[in-house]
Design a binder for this molecule. Sequence first.
Ligand code: SF4
Length: 444
Amino acid sequence: MALTGLDIFKLLPKTNCKKCGMPTCLAFAMQLAQKRAELDACPEVSEESKNTLAAAAAPPMKLVKFGTGETEVQVGQETAMFRHEEKFHNPSVLAPTIYDDLTDDQLAARIQAVNSLQFERVGEQIGIKAVTIINKSGAADTFASVATKVAASVKLALILCSENPGAIKAALGSTASQVPLIAAATLENVDKMAAIAKENKCPIVAKGASLEDLETLTEKIKAAGVEDIVLSLDTDSLKENLYSLSQMRTLALKKAFRPLGYPSLTALIGGDDDSQIAATSLICKYSGIVVLDTVNPAVYLTLLTVIMNIYSDPQKPVQVEPKLYSIGETTENSPVIFTTNFSLTYYTVESDVEASRVPCHILVVDTEGTSVLTAYSGDKLNDKAVADAITKSGIEDIVSHKKLIIPGYVAVMSGKLEEATGWETMVGPRESSMLPKYLQEVWG
Ligand code: SF4
């Protein structure tokens, strides 16, 4: 929890020596509390106070990284309970399972399916970033062999899942340089697992049946010299998991309870693909990593869409650059459509134009990332904005006509728009999905 100016003042020497450039220690403390000064500016502060202040300034939830280079992923370091307070920072990571008891053919097929879980949505690449290799065989050498094969065949961060320290050690033989996440240390194996994590400089999952067990585990792992920890409640109950995720987040962020100030991992093992969609609620309730027992693309696209929405900044609409976009082999006779720079609106219009097979110019007007009706009612979409967009885009030098297709929802703009631009307006359909039919009939 952040210290107040008075809390900080109590830790300063209180000599008012002015070496920090402030007239008094209290004034310096107030500046520190507002993050307008650095503690280093006071040469008189004691080491003990420095450590106390540094600990208080540390994020309430640790940032944990695993993977390396292009495959590195980050989880944790969240600071808000609700996304309307502040943006959530590090999106949940989805990690499908690969078991080590698969035949060679099954393993190859599973790896291929895992590698295909990448998508494009509203102009952004989204996909899985990790894979979970599970020691179902119970054999250390089998686990190590499969881990080696998977590591060589995917560009994803690895999670090595076994409660057998010998199996983890064997798998790290070929994968340690990829900094996998070790899963998991339990009350039974914590000493050995923490030593392996420290030796290989890997983060580790603490897996316990209760928050008290997790607290015990994190204290032991930290004492062993491992700082990067992920929490996992050992339960198959979705309800219990959701309740504990909320408790852990509250204790870490609101109570500054350091033993639980780490990101979390949850796993949905078994069940059909429909049951895997329950991961939506785990993502909504702060699970930093979700292990899923499926490779069904429909499940991942759904969950990644949820993640994309939750981890976007609610105060910043997702926008595309306002400019002229040419779809297909456009010519001087191609139609010109205008829309707004709200990402979802633009990409919907773009895909419907592509579906029409009528090459088109799409003039994107800057409406600060708002949709057509929102922009119109907020006066961000008006005749002047469209006239400016026409001028800036240079469309008048690109096409030989002056016909502008406008969204059906703002047909009311038509008259003023013609006056402001000198272009003839054609009222298009209200719904973008009707564009293919409209373009083929009117322009095809
Ligand atoms: Fe106080 Fe330190 Fe500033 Fe001196 S340098 S006035 S001791 S805060």
